[in-house]
Ligand binder design. Structure first.
Ligand code: ASP
Length: 326
């Protein structure tokens, strides 16, 4: 059995022509696919990570945005990409929520990827357009109650983190809102600032500077504890604001197409571990309210186990909400 496995790995390496000795291929960049629009929170993490990865990987690392369908289009592109380590996916919790949201998934989350390690954890914030009359969560709740049926909430499509947070928020308040889907929360943020939509729940990696600059109204964070980031530390948690037990924490991970040779994935994982210890990367992430993961959590086996546990955790919640796409 062991021999068979080794032979099949050799066959994959022969087919793709990839092995650690010639990875990265000279002058060929490593592309990190982000399954959402440029300028958004997932993109922010990917661009900071790309910078930190360049040296340990010994390659130019570029970001490509392949947005749409809550992240499933970009993820599918990587699932079917050449298995040479030069096309990677950086995705968030949507890796674990989309299997419950899409009746027909174009890829299999557990089987179609090599898991390369988790990157960070990021809380979310509930924010509103600058012209909203409410100035705190209590007033927001009253405003929502008065405007039932007309409140709208942006998100990055079915399977996005903003979608999950919005679902939980509506269910906690027992209010239905009109959801406005975008291909990422960067364009949703623009519309929120312009007053075209009322509310958005998005990662702090996108909202921190807007909250600091007061171009949006911030109402609460989705973590159980208040955050220490200066721009966010005065924000109450949704839990303390009356939505008991409300917690959504987003995580990001790195993936390669299934069948990428083990020596290539080991090389990428090693570079990832170095990048996650880069003080500059850690500082940037901390400034945006994110916590970079360490040690065991960067191990591929732990990463895969964690995604499986997240699928088990969110599947029933999503099913109970009765939301799905064909
Ligand atoms: N924050 C987005 C989400 O809701 C994705 C993005 O634009 O990065 O999942």
């Amino acid at each position: 059995m062991k021999k068979l496995f080794t032979l099949s790995m050799l066959a994959v390496a022969a087919l793709t022509g990839a092995n650690a000795a010639d990875f990265p291929i000279k002058d060929k960049p490593v592309t990190i696919v982000v399954p959402f629009t440029a300028g958004g929170p997932t993109d922010r993490v990917a661009r900071d990570l790309a910078e930190a990865l360049r040296k340990p990987l010994g390659a130019n690392v570029v970001v490509e945005n392949v947005a749409g369908a809550g992240g499933t289009i970009g993820a599918n592109k990587v699932a079917k990409a050449p298995q040479d380590g030069h096309t990677l996916l950086l995705h968030h919790i949507g890796m674990a929520t989309s299997p419950a949201l899409y009746r027909k998934m174009p890829y299999n989350t557990m089987d179609d990827f090599e898991y390369l390690g988790l990157i960070n954890e990021v809380p979310m914030t509930l924010i509103g357009r600058p012209t909203l009359p409410a100035t705190n969560f209590k007033e927001l709740q009253a405003w929502i109650a008065q405007n039932k049926g007309t409140v709208n909430l942006g998100n990055a499509g079915l399977g996005a983190a903003s979608h999950l947070c919005g679902l939980l928020f509506q269910s906690a308040l027992k209010v239905d809102m009109t959801t406005v889907p975008y291909k990422g929360t960067a364009p949703a943020m623009n519309d929120l600032m312009g007053g075209q939509i009322d509310l958005l729940c998005d990662q702090t990696t996108n909202t921190t500077s807007q909250i600091e600059g007061k171009t949006v109204k911030a109402f609460a964070v989705t973590s159980m504890k208040r955050l220490s980031t200066p721009a966010l530390k005065n924000l109450p948690t949704l839990d303390e604001s009356g939505l008991k037990g409300f917690e959504v924490t987003i995580w990001h991970g790195l993936y390669a197409p299934k069948g990428t040779p083990a020596d290539v994935t080991a090389k990428i994982n090693k570079a990832l571990k170095v990048a996650l210890k880069d003080p500059e990367f850690i500082k940037k992430q901390q400034g945006l309210g994110a916590v970079v993961v360490t040690d065991k959590r960067v191990e591929p086996a732990e990463h895969k186990k964690f995604v499986a546990s997240e699928i088990a955790k969110w599947g029933p919640v999503i099913q109970a909400a009765g939301v799905y796409a064909d």
